[in-house]
Design a protein around this ligand. Structure first.
Ligand code: 13P
Ligand code: SF4
Length: 352
C-alpha cells in the first residue's frame, strides 16, 4: 500500500477545519513547512496577526517563545498548537526568570529605577518578571522605539537577553559605549560590578544568538572583495562589528523588504538564517544575485518539519473528535498570564 503524501494529509485537515484553522510560520521555517502556511511574518507581525485572528486553532510553525506569545495574545477560546513542542530558542534559555529577578533586585538595591526591556525571544516566565517590574517586550522590528520608550521611564534600562541587539539598538539611538555595560550575571548577580552598573544607562544581559554570531567582519570584507558593488544586509542579532560593516540591518521582514527594493542586476549578501536567505535567492533569481554571508542554520527552527506538522494536525483533528487536549497544545501557566500579557501588550500599545 502506498502511503498518502504528507501534503495530502495536511490539506485534508485544512479542508476539514476551513477558516477555523490558521497555519502560521516564521520566516526561518524550511520551505517544506512554510509552503503550508496561511500567514508568515517576523516576530512582531506574527504576534499582531495572531492577536487579530478569529480562528479556533492556530498551528504555529516556529519556536516555543513565539507560540507562547501567540497563545497569550490570542482571542479567548483560540488554542495555539506547536508542531514541535521541544523547539526552544537557545538565546531565550540564556535568561532564566529567577536569575533575572535576582539581578533586578540587586541593580535596584541602590534606589535606581531599572526598567527591564525583554526581547520577545524570552520565556513566558521572563516576560512575567518584566511585566511585574513595569517593563516591556520588544522585537527586532521595534527595538529602537521600545528602547527609547524604556529610557524615558526610569534611571536605566536592563535589556535582555541579547547583548548584540541591545548594543546595536543603542548605536541607532546614539547612546555612547561608555553608557552601556554588559552585566556579569554569575553567582546570582553576586559578581555584578555595582559601581559600573550604577553609572550605566543601558545594562545588557550577556545573551546572544549562536546562529547570528557566526558571522564575522572578515566574511563581509571577503564577499565585498569577491562581489564589487554588492550590498550587505544583516539581522541586528549579529555583532555590532558586523552590523557596522553592513549597509543596513533589521528584522527578517526588513531584510525581505530590502531585497524587494534592490535594483535589478544587483548583488545582495544577507547575514541571517539560511532558510530565509535561500527563499529570497530563489524568489529573486531572475533579477538579483543573493548569497548568504555564511550558511548558518537555526537547528531549533529546523525541528519543525513537514512530517511534524502533519502529525500535529492529525492530533488536532483527533483531539477535536475525541474532545480531549492534543499533546501539541501550548499551555500557559495561569500565574504568569496577567503580568506577561501586560509586558507584551505594552509593546503593542507603544507601537500601535
Ligand atoms: P525577527 O523578529 O526579525 O523575525 O527575528 C526573530 C529571530 O528569532 C531572529 O533570530
Ligand atoms: Fe533563537 Fe537565534 Fe534561532 Fe532566532 S535564530 S530562534 S534567536 S536561536
Amino acid at each position: 500500500m502506498t502511503e498518502r503524501p504528507l501534503s495530502d494529509s495536511i490539506e485534508a485537515v485544512r479542508r476539514r477545519f476551513g477558516g477555523d484553522l490558521t497555519i502560521v510560520g516564521h520566516h526561518y521555517q524550511a520551505e517544506e513547512v512554510i509552503r503550508h502556511t496561511d500567514l508568515r511574518g517576523d516576530s512582531l507581525e506574527l504576534a499582531r496577526k495572531c492577536a487579530a485572528l478569529d480562528s479556533r486553532w492556530i498551528m504555529f510553525c516556529g519556536v516555543y517563545f513565539m507560540a507562547e506569545s501567540a497563545a497569550l495574545l490570542a482571542r479567548p477560546g483560540c488554542e495555539v498548537h506547536l508542531p514541535e513542542p521541544s523547539a526552544e530558542c537557545s538565546m531565550a534559555m540564556m535568561s532564566p526568570a529567577p536569575l533575572l529577578d535576582a539581578v533586578l533586585g540587586k541593580l535596584s538595591a541602590t534606589g535606581r529605577k531599572i526598567v527591564p526591556l525583554a526581547y520577545v525571544n524570552s520565556t513566558l516566565a521572563v516576560k512575567a518578571v518584566v511585566g511585574r517590574h513595569g517593563g516591556s517586550v520588544c522585537t527586532s522590528a521595534n527595538a529602537v522605539t521600545m528602547l527609547r520608550w524604556a529610557l524615558g521611564r526610569g534611571d536605566a534600562v536592563l535589556f535582555l537577553p541579547d547583548k548584540n541587539l541591545g548594543r546595536n539598538t543603542a548605536d541607532r539611538l546614539g547612546i555612547p559605549q561608555r553608557e552601556c555595560h554588559v552585566l556579569n550575571i554569575r553567582e546570582q548577580g553576586g559578581r555584578i560590578d555595582q559601581d559600573v552598573a550604577d553609572r550605566a544607562k543601558l545594562l545588557l544581559w550577556p545573551g546572544f544568538c549562536s546562529i547570528h554570531t557566526r558571522f564575522a567582519v572578515r566574511q563581509v570584507e571577503r564577499l565585498r572583495a569577491e562581489n564589487p558593488g554588492a550590498r550587505v544586509v544583516a539581522h541586528p542579532e549579529c555583532t555590532p562589528e558586523v552590523v557596522a560593516a553592513a549597509d543596513a540591518a533589521g528584522s527578517t521582514s526588513f531584510i525581505i523588504r530590502y531585497a524587494d527594493e534592490m535594483p535589478d542586476g544587483g548583488t545582495l549578501v544577507i547575514g541571517t538564517e539560511i532558510n530565509l536567505v535561500e527563499r529570497l535567492a530563489e524568489q529573486h533569481r531572475h533579477r538579483l544575485h543573493i548569497l548568504p554571508l555564511v550558511e548558518s542554520a537555526c537547528t531549533h527552527m529546523a525541528q519543525t518539519t513537514e512530517e511534524r506538522l502533519a502529525e500535529a494536525l492529525d492530533a488536532l483533528a483527533e483531539s477535536a473528535d475525541m474532545g480531549k487536549a492534543s499533546p501539541f497544545l501550548v499551555r500557559i501557566d495561569d500565574d504568569l498570564t496577567i503580568p506577561a500579557r501586560k509586558a507584551l501588550e505594552c509593546m503593542l500599545a507603544v507601537c500601535s
